[in-house]
Design a protein around this ligand. Structure first.
Ligand code: GLP
Length: 260
């Protein structure tokens, strides 16, 4: 795993945007796994800036959102379908028909979840999966004790996750209780994982994911099983890591010939 500690949340956003832009230049029809939540918003803003400046063309890129709430209409401003349309597809000049979000309104949610995994496979798999991490270590909405082999499926949100996400809703009661999320097994099939985290509130989760034991109690620790995973954090999110000197030294002396 590559661990990159940067000076600010803006630097995290720029580095992650650099890596996505490099992939898209190599592969204009790349398949991106799209995270929601606040962690990636700076990355999307930076990619939007580059798109508006004519430096980047994401019109051929395909996308699969990580997760979606169950039971709120897609038009609800906090449905991930709405967030992805508003913060990603539009500003990045992506084609709406090339971007999928799990269907949290499907009459048969299990069938919709299974179809989602099939659609990812039919697209050739995800080239780069962008991830945030919850304060309880979740990635996507894979809450603690999620199986490392799990596929896209229905999950019950942990009380902590509902409390953390209440800021997006008018009242805590409005936060949905269930979701559809790519499974940890689905996420691990992406060819590259890029997890970003900012702020002290994520420090324990980042340390558990990077340096803790491989355990479903910290779903983010599944990254340890991936051959190409990067964790890009600001100093506050890195503050509970033990090997910070090593990570900083490694990144500062990274040779040009080593892959990004
Ligand atoms: C959210 C999302 C995750 C996200 C995580 C962290 O609820 N389902 O995909 O990575 O929890 O959220 P945030 O980035 O807002 O801190």
């Amino acid at each position: 795993m590559e661990v990159v500690i940067l000076g600010s949340a803006d630097e995290v956003a720029r580095l992650a945007a650099d890596r996505i832009a490099a992939l898209v230049r190599r592969r204009p029809e790349a398949v991106l796994g799209l995270a929601t939540g606040s962690s990636p918003t700076g990355i999307y803003a930076e990619l939007a800036r580059r798109t508006a400046a004519g430096e980047l063309d994401m019109s051929g890129v395909r996308g699969f959102a990580l997760d979606e709430y169950v039971g709120i209409p897609p038009a609800h401003p906090e449905s991930y379908a709405a967030v992805i349309a508003r913060e990603v597809v539009g500003p990045l000049g992506m084609s709406p028909d090339r971007v999928r979000v799990p269907d949290g309104r499907a009459a048969d949610l299990e069938a919709a979840a299974e179809e989602y995994d099939r659609a990812i496979a039919a697209a050739g798999g995800i080239d780069l999966q962008l991830l945030g991490i919850g304060a309880n270590g979740h990635i996507g909405f894979n809450e603690p004790t999620s199986s490392f082999a799990s596929r896209t499926r229905i999950k019950t949100l942990a009380p902590r996750t509902r409390a953390d996400n209440a800021r997006f809703f008018a009242s805590p009661d409005e936060v949905p209780t269930h979701c559809l999320t790519q499974g940890l097994g689905t996420i691990l099939e992406a060819r590259e994982l890029l997890l970003v985290a900012q702020g002290e509130g994520k420090a324990e989760a980042v340390a558990a994911a990077v340096e803790g034991p491989l355990t479903s109690m910290c779903p983010g620790s599944a990254l340890q099983l991936h051959r190409r995973a990067a964790v890009v954090v600001d100093g506050a999110a890195a503050s509970a890591l033990r090997l910070t000197d090593y990570y900083r030294h490694t990144y500062a002396h990274k040779p040009g010939w080593q892959r990004p």
